[in-house]
Design a protein around this ligand. Sequence first.
Ligand code: PLP
Length: 442
Amino acid sequence: MSRRTATLRRPRWTGLASVPESAQAAPAWHADGLAHVWLPYAQMKTAAPPLPVAATRGSRIVLADGRELVDGVASWWTACHGYNHPHIAAAVARQLATMPHVMLGGLLHEPAARLATRLAALLPGDLDRVFFTDSGSVAVEVAMKMAVQYWINSGVRGRTKFVAFRGGYHGDTTGTMAVCDPDEGMHRLFHGLLPEQFIADLPCDDESTAALDRLLGERADEVAGIIVEPLVQGAGGMLFHDAAVLQRLRAAADKHGTLLIFDEVFTGFGRTGTMFACAQAGVVPDILTLSKALTGGTMPLAATVASRRVFEAFWSDDPMHALMHGPTFMGNPLACAAANASLDLFAREPRLAQVAAIAAQLTEQLAPCRDLPGVVDVRVRGAIGAVELETIDIPALKARFVEAGVYVRPFGRIVYLTPAFTIGEADLARLTGAIVRVLGTR
Ligand code: PLP
């Protein structure tokens, strides 16, 4: 679109009057985008216009006007090696020259074969059969369909529901919204559309453990599986629970004969301090989902990994026992090449040590937030730091953070940091310093 047409169309973005000067100086594509791109979770009429990004670099976002923001959220928790890591870029470029895409329908390519083999070797227990998709939500959808079909293939009828937990978040698709916390605002709207599931409290104490046991005792013959985000419920509020909770869930699933699904879309690949969160509990689920940092945050890719017990229920002469799912771009070779390169980096660079260092720095530097008015809690686990507030004015905070030279994107009543593991001490200090300053002068 020409600059002139873009100008004509500008009034459609009715929030234009409040566009800050920096955005007005933005390139022409920004105005075109404002007229045509529909942004996620944003009230397009009143939200501040998105910042025009020209590039990403290490742990920084470079705006079109040349300003650099230290990125506190690593693009929704994905860019664990920082942006533009040359090893991943080179692997994708090589793959691009050979085979950007071919379907997995009846075909198999080396990047997917290598990646599945490496994931099977890294994951605990007998989680060794990998089904590729292209987003975390779809990985969870597949886990749910896999669990339901596991029971059908095993000759058990009626197990089509899931036990999920308050505070949980598993995605934005219809199936996954149904296993999110039902009190979560953005999904409440769609309740008429969603299948009803059992939403319980996490078994954090004797009472909630007994309640879960009662629920499963009464309804286990309807339950295909229990689904949980292990150790950290991310988008539900950066809520942490102990490893013992996961052991109780394993025990409950075994006692009542149902499947256990760990959604490690957020926690997978080091975020909580170990390569996978389940390792901290010594618990092996029956199905595990991965995405986000799987490609180091570079390409859309996700995986649903089944244990042998689950896969064996699909190993049959009956064509109807095949897993009934198959996204067009599943196992895209570019994305698999990126994921393989990301795993190389985990193998040869000290990522988990970097996560431990980030945890220590976050613990020390966010501690002053505890004394600020309106702060309810400050918590750190691995490379996740969260400050929970009594009340929050998100647009005002976001703008203050940009002024402070950082990109921090609060949600709910939470201001949080999930930086790249490669962020240096100085950039991390700039993030924590900005949070202490901004929250101290609200
Ligand atoms: N599961 C968990 C635990 C998540 O944190 C998310 C996204 O934040 C999802 C699933 C959905 O992933 P995606 O946004 O890639 O669909």
